[in-house]
Design a protein around this ligand. Structure first.
Ligand code: ADP
Ligand code: MG
Length: 231
């Protein structure tokens, strides 16, 4: 029954979201249509217009693909995985990009294993979303601290802290709602998707932020009881 409830709740959210997505992709489509019509009338391709059309196409792609993560029926394929290893994969994936922006990842992982029941790709998605936000908050570069702890035997905690521009106070209550963004090319879906995924893992996600100081996102997930020596 709980699963059914979870599913219908999800369908409901997706339904509400669909209206928002339709609206969000209509704008770039209108631009594309306008410039295509212009090209057709003048028979001359203006490179600026082509650039604009390409970037609007990219935007539609981004919105639709973030949306699809939500809409996809959740494969109920949870497995025991070490969060430290998943995070390590994500960091090596983002490291060169971060380096380009003058950003350094500083890791502080406990040595004990940090196993959770999870859908690995979904957790990766969450970590990528959060680390990208941190990177985007520091256009001048800086450090991102990633801490992995076990505050209690049955919990794994992940803290991602940046020294970026911070989140304006009036925006805080709206985080997690769709299409909340202050970025030119943002979708405002990353935090909402992340929150949903963490909820689906029976975890919690909290955000603290101070403008001009930085932001910290803390995730707590239920841990798989620590195993003694194999066998
Ligand atoms: P997007 O990144 O596409 O804008 P998100 O849902 O990932 O959408 O984030 C929503 C908004 O929350 C961002 O536009 C930004 O204003 C704010 N935000 C999220 N994380 C951070 C962070 N680490 N530092 C500063 N602002 C952030
Ligand atoms: Mg984002």
């Amino acid at each position: 029954i709980e699963e059914l409830l979870r599913r219908s709740e999800k369908l409901n959210t997706v339904g509400q979201l669909a209206a928002g997505v339709a609206h969000e992709i209509r704008n770039p489509l209108t631009t594309l249509r306008g410039f295509l019509q212009l090209q057709q009338q003048t028979h001359k391709a203006n490179p600026d217009h082509i650039d604009l059309m390409l970037s609007e196409l990219d935007r539609i792609n981004l919105i639709v693909s973030e949306f699809l993560i939500l809409a996809k029926p959740q494969a109920i394929n949870f497995q025991e995985r070490d969060v430290g290893i998943i995070m390590g994969d994500v960091i090596s994936f983002l490291d060169s990009q971060a380096h380009l922006y003058g950003i350094e990842f500083k890791l502080d992982f406990i040595e004990e294993p940090t196993f959770v029941h999870c859908e690995e790709n979904q957790l990766k998605q969450v970590f990528i979303n959060l680390l990208k936000n941190a990177i985007e908050a520091m256009p001048e570069g800086g450090s991102i601290w990633i801490r992995l702890t076990r505050p209690q035997a049955e919990q794994v905690q992940i803290d991602i802290r940046d020294e970026g521009q911070g989140i304006p106070e009036d925006m805080m209550p709206h985080l997690g709602e769709p299409f909340i963004t202050n970025k030119e090319t943002g979708t405002g879906l990353g935090l909402m998707v992340s929150q949903r995924i963490i909820q689906g893992h029976r975890g919690t996600m909290e955000i603290e932020s101070e403008v001009g100081v930085g932001t910290r996102v803390s995730i707590v997930l239920p841990a798989v009881p620590q195993k003694t020596i194999e066998g």
